[in-house]
Design a protein around this ligand. Structure first.
Ligand SMILES: Cc1cc2nc3c(=O)[nH]c(=O)nc-3n(C[C@H](O)[C@H](O)[C@H](O)COP(=O)(O)OP(=O)(O)OC[C@H]3O[C@@H](n4cnc5c(N)ncnc54)[C@H](O)[C@@H]3O)c2cc1C
Length: 332
């Protein structure tokens, strides 16, 4: 491989637009590239050169690799892997940033294995150690009870970064960059699995990940019915409903509601927890919220350590009263 330089973001697009995760990675990648004094590139895979290159440049990329092959028309992990393996060998980035999305979780370890290097999984934060010019990655360990800072011994240094922990930069349409066509050799036999069907999850209202206000319920609700009250409150506030793992594991709400280490990471402006104790694994998914409001009957509950505002009380009294107050305020 040539001498390693620069930061490569493994990007993707949705309906011709750069995905939100790619935008976030470009923001953190830009910072890392500037600290290294090197270039920030992004790879966008597809069957044609028609990738959102200008958008990627506006969000911070210096270079866009349009990685093309007719077989890349649809996302297929083994083919994407083979394409990225070729690109990494040719472009020799010092640092590779991948979003820890469902696809990224499959891709990152396999890419690291192919390149014979390590991987920092599930990173909450990445930065550059200026002295050693290596990547430092903060990642939760011991079930989210501690955060380890790791550095990687081999190049490229690959990190899978959690979505929603970085804000995308404001796009600057006057930025200039280079678009490099990177056709790859692929063979249909490299694909060991096939996508036979894609099912769009039916979701009413605002998506949990995108909501500015989230109301989450926990085990203390005692059953699935009270989630109706939370749905109502969330609707009044223009928000979405989430849940702790205990509520999900009890079958009260679908797994897509789960916030936390093994659920979704969310960063709403306002996060209201109802009958949630505030276990570290739950907080791992919501501690980036701007304001946390906790409703819990136990004054000693851990959630009150994280919450800006707390109501010590029974949710059965607090939630209806709160909803009523919101109704009065919003009806004026
Ligand atoms: C590897 C691993 C990964 C995990 N991942 C996640 C994750 O992604 N997300 C997650 O949430 N958890 C996760 N967990 C589980 C986590 O450790 C906790 O067990 C879980 O978050 C507890 O959920 P809870 O707060 O709803 O329930 P509890 O801890 O049982 O708390 C219920 C709370 O409700 C309060 N309460 C009870 N009745 C009322 C009432 N009437 N009014 C008001 N308050 C009331 C109680 O005081 C209590 O604080 C994980 C655990 C492990 C080991």
């Amino acid at each position: 491989m040539p001498e390693a330089t620069g930061v490569l973001v493994v990007g993707d697009s949705i309906d011709g637009e750069l995905s939100p995760t790619s935008r976030e990675l470009l923001a953190v990648g830009r910072r890392a590239a500037d600290d290294l004094g090197e270039e920030l590139a992004i790879s966008l895979l597809g069957d044609t050169l028609d990738v959102p290159s200008q958008q990627a440049i506006a969000f911070g990329a210096d270079k866009v690799y349009a990685v093309t092959h007719p077989l890349l028309a649809e996302a297929q992990v083994e083919l994407s892997l083979a394409a990225l393996d070729s690109l990494c060998r040719e472009a020799a980035p010092r640092v590779v940033l991948i979003g820890r999305t469902n696809e990224g979780r499959e891709l990152a370890p396999r890419l690291a294995f192919r390149l014979g290097v390590g991987l920092a999984q599930d990173c909450l934060e990445v930065s550059i150690d200026q002295e050693t010019r290596t990547l430092l990655a903060n990642r939760p360990v011991y079930g989210g009870n501690a955060v380890a800072v790791v550095s990687l011994a081999y190049t490229p240094q690959i990190a899978a970064v959690r979505p929603k922990v970085y804000e995308p930069a404001d796009p600057d349409s006057s930025r200039q960059g280079e678009v490099v066509s990177f056709p790859v050799e692929l063979d249909d036999s490299q694909a060991r699995s096939r996508v036979v069907n894609t099912v769009q999850e039916e979701a009413e209202g605002i998506k949990l990940e995108d909501a500015r206000i989230v109301v989450s319920g926990g085990r203390g609700l005692g059953g699935p019915e009270p989630f109706q009250d939370l749905e109502e409150l969330a609707k009044l506030l223009g928000g979405a409903v989430g849940a702790s793992r205990a509520a999900v594991d009890s079958g009260w709400v679908p797994a897509s509601y789960q916030v936390g280490l093994t659920g979704k990471t969310i960063t709403p402006d306002l996060y209201i927890t109802v009958a949630i104790s505030g276990a570290s694994q739950h907080l791992a998914g919501c501690s980036g919220s701007k304001v946390i409001v906790a409703i819990n009957k136990d004054a000693e509950a851990n959630i009150f350590k994280e919450a800006r505002y707390g109501v010590i009380g029974d949710w059965e009294q607090v939630v209806p009263a709160f909803a009523e107050a919101v109704r009065e305020l919003t009806q004026d």
